[in-house]
Ligand binder design. Structure first.
Ligand code: PLP
Length: 470
């Protein structure tokens, strides 16, 4: 392909993309294919001869599109949205075209210096203290792994990377029972081991489903008495199942009393902190060592772009920096090499996506969307709450709540499946205190009040339909 063909194809794909997004409301949200349907259409062996772009691109509509679940559909109410605002997609095209590997300052000074600046814009937007420095990680899972490795090294006086863990103290890390599975995985990968991730129950009756701080304190004391070495605490703000939110200031009191490193997982809810009225949810956050939030969820930078803020970057860098001669930057003092802040060496030019997004909407444009989502979802919760037989299982936290209809798990599962087969909306189920519940979140970038209203219509329609069938 020559560059003139490239320009033509880029324009064609841009137009196709705009048509696709304009057509989303007319498509079923979840892919309606069966396992193996798409694979059956793909040749078993690769072509030996070149194919024309027309044929290659034609297969997008012919083969791929029927097997897509439409994550940018305004009525995608499942999981957590992975928003992709158009300016951010354009920035991603620029990053793909430059195709720079931004591991060191000198491998593209603009990438490093822009990353420093836009993460500081984001820090200001979130109302975080000016001591925090930010770095872009590929995912919250990676940021959490980096934080857990930092906890480990700090507790071992930075000897673990060299000596391994075999003859050292047994480290312990604490979190609530509501945390995301990425916490468990980071504990596995760091060599600390699942048995040393101490999961503390949540406070009975707390609508925020936060960690029981007294139980946390008791567990730490008991561990010290038993000869373990506490290394860190991982509180969450807006957990994945129900939005569980720990009382950050109280957790920080405990962490500071025992000199423990803290990493706050606000992967989803962090974006909401652009709005000052939601910041009570993480009051005390400036005392954390490390915070992760994903602009690639609610905020609108397309996947992947995870913001990781640290109050003491030196701890992170001492944990992850490795400098063979070929990675040394001679003659440039005081520069930042962001690959020393993360597990992967190579880095895409992701900062462009956040730069385009913040400039194209302004913080205020982004806040309006966040506030609307919270209002509309809480409105839907209020509408469902008054229906006979509907129980709100977990109260709304920002734009997430769970509910169930009647007492039969089987009925609720059938309800979710029938709703998703219907295609007008997409939702998922979760378990809350062992009970099946239907999970609703509505944070899609371009969703309107009418889209959330349609969710009410679909849910009530299908409840009636299933009852009539029974
Ligand atoms: C989505 C999510 C994660 C994982 O995020 P990735 O960026 O996909 O790794 C972690 N924690 C919480 C609370 C989440 O909602």
């Amino acid at each position: 392909m020559n560059w003139d063909d490239f320009a033509g194809w880029s324009a064609r794909i841009g137009a196709w993309g705009a048509d696709y997004h304009k057509s989303l409301r007319d498509r079923p949200v979840r892919a309606q294919t069966k396992p193996g349907d798409i694979a059956a259409q793909l040749p078993l062996s690769p072509p030996e001869a070149p194919e024309q772009m027309d044929a290659i691109f034609g297969d997008i509509d012919a083969i791929i599109m029927p097997g897509m679940t439409h994550w940018q559909h305004p009525r995608f109410f499942a999981y957590f949205n992975s928003n992709a605002a158009p300016p951010s997609m354009l920035a991603d095209q620029v990053a793909s075209i430059l195709a720079a590997q931004c591991m060191l300052w000198q491998t593209s000074p603009a990438a490093t210096e822009l990353e420093t600046r836009v993460l500081d814009w984001l820090r200001q937007g979130l109302g975080l203290a000016d001591g925090f420095a930010g770095v872009i990680q590929d995912s919250a899972s990676s940021a959490t792994l980096a934080a857990v490795l930092t906890m480990r090294e700090r507790a071992l006086n930075f000897t673990g990377n060299q000596k391994g863990l075999a003859n050292g103290p047994v480290l312990r890390i604490y979190c609530s029972a509501e945390v995301h599975s990425s916490i468990d995985k980071a504990i596995w990968v760091s060599g600390i081991g699942q048995d040393n991730l101490v999961k503390i129950p949540i406070r009975a009756g707390d609508p925020l489903r936060g960690i029981d701080v007294e139980a946390l304190r008791t567990a730490i004391k008991a561990d010290i008495a038993a000869g373990y070495t506490p290394a860190g605490i991982i509180p969450c703000v807006g957990g994945t199942g129900t939005g569980a939110t720990d009382p950050i200031a109280d957790v920080m009191d405990v962490a500071e009393a025992y000199d423990l490193y803290t990493h706050v997982d606000a992967a989803w809810a962090g974006s909401a902190m652009l709005c000052p009225e939601f910041r009570d949810l993480w009051a005390g956050i400036d005392r954390a060592h490390s915070i992760v939030m994903n602009p690639h969820k609610w905020l609108g930078t397309n996947f992947d772009l995870c913001a990781h803020f640290v109050r003491t970057p030196a701890d992170l860098v001492q944990t992850l920096s490795i400098q063979p001669e070929y990675l040394k930057t001679h003659g440039a003092d005081g520069i930042i090499n962001y690959s020393e802040w993360s597990v992967p060496l190579g880095r895409r030019f992701r900062a462009l996506k956040l730069w385009f997004l913040i400039r194209a909407y302004g913080l205020d444009g982004l806040r309006t969307r966040l506030r609307n989502h919270v209002d509309w979802v809480q409105g839907l919760c209020a509408q469902l709450r008054v229906l006979p037989d509907v129980e709100i299982v977990s109260e709304p936290i920002l734009a997430l709540f769970t509910f169930r209809v009647g007492t039969d798990d089987g009925f609720n599962l059938r309800l979710v499946n029938t709703i998703n087969d219907d295609g007008r909306i997409y939702i998922t189920q979760t378990k809350v205190d062992g009970k099946l519940a239907i999970r609703f979140t509505g944070c899609q970038f371009d969703a309107t009040k009418e889209d959330v209203d349609m969710a009410y219509e679909v849910i009530t329609d299908i409840i009636t339909q299933l009852r009539d069938d029974a």
